[in-house]
Design a protein around this ligand. Structure first.
Ligand code: SAH
Length: 537
């Protein structure tokens, strides 16, 4: 008897042009074709006299068993999957059925896996160039995978800044998974992160939407959609979603002559960000990325380097090697205002006698210390519960003490705010004042953004001018904002400032210039009374 053959074919997104030559040839070679009905319809133009075994969507196991049975009878059997048969397709299952029967390549039926263009590639191509960098696929279908595991994968991918392609994002019955996924992603990525939704790529009802993380759920997402979430550098240009590969870090893309000559390009000083010599001092890159404290520490280091680079013209590689001035701020917490003696002693011991310590009006101690190992300092200080913050043009969240915790209902919101935007870079230093009751004794409205918790909702003030003789409080733009809305709202305001603010433009000037921030319209401040008063009068 002739030895049977299993051809496990990925036929790509759906159109014949996007099918490989071998896939077409294999379909023509086969005696029978086994697949989900919709897929059989998609390859219909290629079917001649092959026998067709159609099955429903959920009958993968019987489909695989039938394929193996027919091949064992000596037939050439095509098992078809959309995209690639090895990506949530039939390839693995066919092998598993064969293994149950103790199949061996040598003696058993022949197996050929024919690769196809998977949805991450076909959908990516329709969106522009969103994949380009490290990416992963996650299927949101929890029919065969525990939801807790899927959540963990989404969380890890979001943390590690992967571009993510979500397969099986939503079906008639599975509607909550994509909502939960969006929430997890928002813990790590800006609401403005570009998101592409592609339905039926290269098929008749193809539909493409480019949106962002905050608004992705306002659009139709179904079983035929692939959702592509950008990473931190993905941007939208002329309706296309693009993830930079990093060339602009090294090359000037608008120039035809490059400063770096070809022989210099792989030298250490041309790539100060790379892992030179092969081993890092103590922690691996993965360790750092997966540990939020280390992430903060990296941000601190980076910030320090950036500030200093703008001050001096020292070369970047020098900055990475020599002892450097490390500047950061430290506080006992966002709501907590009490430093313990242990924290004070640890701070003094860790930074040493020569460090400069300054207590600032922003409820933090600013530290400036010369060191070659800043991570040792941050690690030690974090271990006694001190909060470390970058300084410079970043978001600085200043909360009250919530009456020593007695009026602590809104602490979760300020903590979430700190986690999401505390320390992020903005055009000019931005203070967000957050007070836990209407007394507002820490003066929330006198900050760039002021938030006061009152009557189970939040009042929001924007655009105070915090210094100068014409200082004024911010404009009251919203009252009684619900607790589950306030953090998102403030994050959106900050992101708008981040993206439209000019370098060094203070928030109140920005508000005046653009006139509208997140739907809040700027109002002219009433003229101030001129008081010519000698101090103490
Ligand atoms: N083997 C397939 C994936 C099967 S899982 C592949 O490699 O592409 C089914 C999921 O794939 C769908 O829910 C959708 O998210 C995605 N998908 C498959 N084909 C698609 C297409 N033409 N357009 C958009 N998404 C597609």
């Amino acid at each position: 008897m002739q030895r049977g053959k299993l051809l496990i074919i990925g036929f790509g997104p759906g159109s014949e042009q996007h099918m490989t030559f071998r896939a077409k040839e294999a379909i023509l070679e086969s005696d029978s074709i086994i697949g989900y009905s919709t897929y059989v319809d998609l390859i219909r133009p290629l079917i001649t006299d092959q026998e067709i075994v159609r099955t429903g969507m959920t009958e993968e196991v019987s489909r695989a068993q039938e394929a193996v049975r027919q091949a064992e009878l000596g037939k050439t059997v095509a098992v078809i999957s959309s995209g690639d048969s090895g990506v949530y397709g039939m390839a693995g299952l066919v092998y598993e059925v064969l293994i149950e029967k103790e199949w061996r390549e040598e003696s058993g039926v022949e197996v050929e896996i024919i690769p196809g263009i998977s949805a991450i590639n076909s959908c990516g191509s329709l969106l522009g160039a969103p994949i380009m960098h490290d990416a992963c696929t996650i299927s949101l279908s929890d029919h065969l995978t525990p939801w807790d595991l899927i959540k963990k994968r989404v969380d890890a991918a979001a943390q590690a800044d992967f571009v993510i392609a979500l397969y099986n994002p939503r079906s008639g019955k599975r509607t909550k998974q994509i909502v939960e996924t969006q929430k997890i992603l928002l813990n790590y990525r800006s609401p403005n992160t570009p998101v592409g939704l592609v339905k039926s790529a290269y098929r008749e009802r193809e539909h493409i939407v480019i949106t962002d993380l905050a608004h992705m759920l306002d659009h139709e997402i179904g079983m035929l959609t692939t959702v592509i979430i950008g990473n931190n550098s993905t941007f939208i240009y002329d309706g296309k979603m693009i993830t930079p590969r990093g060339y602009q870090r090294k090359y000037t893309l608008s120039e035809s002559e490059q400063q770096l000559k070809p022989h210099e390009r792989l030298k250490e000083k041309a790539e100060p960000w790379a892992l030179h010599g092969g081993v890092e001092e103590e922690k691996t890159v993965t360790d750092r990325l997966l540990n939020p404290r280390m992430l903060a520490e990296e941000a601190l280091q980076k910030l320090n380097i950036e500030t200093r680079t703008s001050e001096k013209t020292t070369s970047q590689s020098d900055l990475f090697q020599q002892e450097d001035i490390f500047e950061f701020a430290v506080s006992p917490g966002i709501a907590n205002k009490k430093l313990t003696p242990i924290q004070m002693m640890t701070l003094a011991e860790t930074v040493g006698e020569k460090a400069d310590l300054e207590y600032t009006p922003d409820h933090v101690i600013k530290v400036s210390v010369k060191t070659a190992t800043p991570h040792k300092i941050t690690e030690r200080l974090s271990s006694v519960g001190l909060l470390l913050l970058p300084i410079g043009d970043v978001v600085n969240i200043k909360a009250c003490d919530f009456c020593d915790g007695d009026k602590g209902d809104s602490i979760p919101q300020v903590e979430e705010l700190q986690q999401r935007i505390g320390g992020v870079a903005v055009p000019k230093q931005m203070n967000i004042g957050f007070n836990g009751c209407g007394m507002a004794c820490y003066g929330a409205p006198t900050n760039d953004i002021g938030i006061i918790y009152r009557k189970k909702g939040f009042d929001l003030f924007l655009g105070a001018k915090t210094t100068g003789r014409n200082a004024h409080v911010g404009q009251l733009v919203a009252e009684e904002v619900a607790p589950d809305k306030i953090v998102d709202l403030v994050v959106r305001v900050v992101n708008d400032y981040k993206s439209r603010g000019l370098p060094n433009e203070r928030f109140h000037k920005f508000f005046k210039r653009v006139q509208d921030v997140e739907g809040f319209t700027y109002r002219e401040v009433p003229e101030q009374v001129v008081v010519d008063m000698v101090c103490g009068d």
